[in-house]
Design a protein around this ligand. Structure first.
Ligand code: DX5
Ligand code: ZN
Length: 223
């Protein structure tokens, strides 16, 4: 299965987002990952729908919006209208997950569920058959540039097994601390979408880093 790259603009120069996105796209980015933080669900603040709307005007590839917020139901419509193609909500943040997933789908976006490092895979048991993708956090959400948590590999395998049991071919996205040293391992474990912030936008050459990350993942994944 091919590897998809979703550069996370959290590590980009916010005064030059259009240029940064264009560079990642030249390098073959498949999505642009947009991290939305509310200062409550996670201890950090980022951006809201107006920024996503501006990004959607310059991005050629779909926007993958990762909501790290409480009460996402109140905001999913605004993010879809702003141009989000994929929306992930956290299983830890939503009391009525099935309703939220249906809402995202009804609005016309791909609906995903994100899961924190300390949350058991079993939390996805009842929703696995309904989601368009699963986002496995490989760091605790809230900040870019953190260290990949190695246990994520076996967690991805467990999520893959759960999806297969439920007859789902939904892709697994992995997010946090992904770089050339671990990309192939998470792909081998069953992820297909790599989110990467610092390892792409922190390099000073997002075009090349996007290309290199895909090459690193694909090379080892064939072994
Ligand atoms: C963390 C975010 C990530 C972050 C990843 O809460 O969800 O998407 O941007 O950044 P890196 O790749 O730098 O760990
Ligand atoms: Zn993210």
């Amino acid at each position: 299965m091919s590897v998809l790259i979703a550069p996370s603009i959290l590590a980009a120069d916010f005064a030059a987002l259009g240029t940064e996105i264009a560079a990642a796209e030249r390098g073959g980015a498949d999505f642009i990952h947009v991290d939305i933080m509310d200062g409550h669900f996670v201890p950090n603040l980022t951006m809201g729908p107006p920024v996503v709307r501006s990004l959607s005007k310059v991005a050629k590839v779909p926007l993958d919006v990762h909501l790290m917020i409480e009460k996402p139901d109140q905001f999913v419509e605004a993010f879809v209208r702003a141009g989000a193609s994929m929306i992930s909500v956290h299983v830890e943040a939503v009391p009525h997950l099935h309703r939220t997933i249906q809402l995202i789908k009804q609005l016309g976006a791909r609906a995903g569920v994100a899961i924190n490092p300390a949350t058991p895979v079993g939390a996805l048991e009842e929703i696995a058959g309904d989601v368009d993708h699963v986002l496995v956090m490989s760091v605790n959400p809230g900040f870019g540039g953190q260290t990949f948590i190695p246990r994520t590999e076996s967690k991805i395998q467990a999520v893959r097994a759960l999806l297969e049991r439920r007859g789902s071919r939904a892709p697994i996205e992995v997010d946090g601390g992904i770089d050339m040293s671990n990309a192939a391992r998470v792909i081998e474990a069953g992820a297909t979408i790599l989110v990467a912030g610092v390892s792409i936008f922190g390099t000073g050459d997002a075009e090349r880093a996007t290309r290199d990350l895909r090459a690193a993942a694909a090379l080892r994944a064939r072994v």
